[in-house]
Design a protein around this ligand. Structure first.
Ligand SMILES: *Cc1c(COP(=O)(O)O)cnc(C)c1O
Length: 380
């Protein structure tokens, strides 16, 4: 089937399963795993990945919105789902009806969900979020107990979880430790009032790799599940992260091979001029597929197991690769944009560097024009 394709992604489900097993092993037997599958499972395809994670025994799913929650439910009933963002007022009814767990940072949100749950005769399950330094969602640390006490008094509400989010776990050890201490302080203060939470969680991928927690009962990883470690200046734990297997490879093809003379300018804006006679290949991917235009003049692709420079600007559907030294390449051959070919590999971290961004964006930027093909023993 992939023979017909111009540009596609291959997702190795065995790699994903191995990553999840390793993450579980590292996190310890008692830690539960909230697998983050927002943004189409980081571009890997939400339904397929949700099905795999259900088989592999994830404990909860983390999503960005209710549509993602519904997609998971369409694959299988019964798995708890946590909406990581703050529910909009007009989403409260659907969130309660669908039984999605809410992340709550304010009394207003808690009250709104309680009233909605009362109206529907259901229970809203809440995870209270504490802002320990991310500065995004979350109640301030000194107001946290107040919110927790109020939420406990509301009817039709179950205060199921408490959480926080690290701002720089992969880079800043002291700040992350301070965040962990603040979070543990709130959890322990609640405990002295007899308030216990089923789900206590803080660790994204960076936290999971770099910050051990004494109070958490669950972790909340995304990127590492897909086999990619966050870029980091902190070396120690990265050796461990070498166990991760990137699940996604991104490929396209050489369409046209041709010779250009010295002085020929290539692509829009004429930003590259051939310093001598060259052989170039037109390849069948561009920013319309999600390949970052910012990678122009910096990125490489793999053809016949060799690195080939991209020349000139990335365009919407096509890019130009330097085939100098590869005279035998023919139209139709496979080009690797991300992943392995022979001995060479282009990692998401590397492609992100070339594009001036982070691996999260490289993955979620791959557009719906790119079909996802599944390999591995549980591929449907
Ligand atoms: C996206 C997200 C995560 C996962 O982050 P990774 O760095 O991909 O592991 C965890 N928690 C929250 C609240 C998120 O929004």
């Amino acid at each position: 089937m992939r023979k017909n394709l111009r540009c596609w992604a291959e997702v190795n489900l065995d790699a994903l399963r191995a990553n999840l097993a390793w993450i579980r092993h590292e996190a310890g037997a008692r830690a539960r795993v909230i697998t983050v599958v927002k943004a189409d499972a980081y571009g890997h395809g939400l339904r397929q990945i949700a099905a795999l994670l259900m088989q592999s025994g994830t404990d909860m799913f983390g999503v960005a919105n209710l549509e993602e929650a519904r997609a998971i439910r369409s694959v299988g009933e019964g798995w708890p789902i946590l909406m990581l963002g703050s529910a909009l007022p007009h989403e409260a009814a659907a969130l309660v009806r669908d039984g999605v767990r809410a992340t709550v940072s304010s009394v207003d949100e808690a009250v709104r969900l309680s009233e909605e749950a009362k109206r529907q005769g259901r229970t809203a399950r809440l995870h209270v979020k504490i802002d320990t330094g991310m500065g995004r969602l979350g109640v301030a640390v000194d107001a946290a107990l107040g919110l927790i006490r109020r939420a406990r008094e509301l009817s039709n509400v179950k205060l199921e979880g408490i959480c926080t989010h690290y701002a720089a776990a992969e880079d800043d050890a002291p700040f992350t430790r301070a965040q962990e201490r603040l979070f543990a302080g709130v959890v322990n203060a609640a405990r002295t009032e007899g308030i216990e939470f089923d789900w206590i969680h803080a660790s994204n991928s960076g936290g999971f790799l770099f910050q051990k927690s004494g109070v958490c009962t669950a972790i909340r990883p995304g990127l590492v599940v897909y086999g990619i470690a966050p870029p980091s200046a902190r070396r120690t734990r990265l050796k461990l992260a070498a166990r991760l297997q990137p699940a996604l490879a991104w490929k396209c093809r050489v369409s046209l091979v041709k010779a250009v003379p010295k002085g020929a300018s290539l692509s829009y804006g004429r930003t590259f001029v051939a310093p001598g006679p060259m052989r170039i290949g037109v390849v069948t991917a561009g920013y319309g597929d999600g390949y970052m235009r910012a990678a122009s003049h910096r990125a490489w692709v793999l053809i016949r197991g060799r690195r080939c420079r991209l020349l000139g600007r990335v365009t919407m559907d096509q890019m130009l690769a330097d085939l100098s030294g590869l005279p035998e390449v023919e139209s139709g051959e496979e080009v690797v944009l991300l992943g392995r070919q022979g001995e060479e590999e282009i990692s998401a971290g590397r492609l992100a560097e070339w594009s001036g961004t982070v691996p999260w964006e490289v993955l979620t930027n791959i557009t719906c024009r790119v079909p996802r093909l599944y390999t591995g023993s549980q591929a449907a």
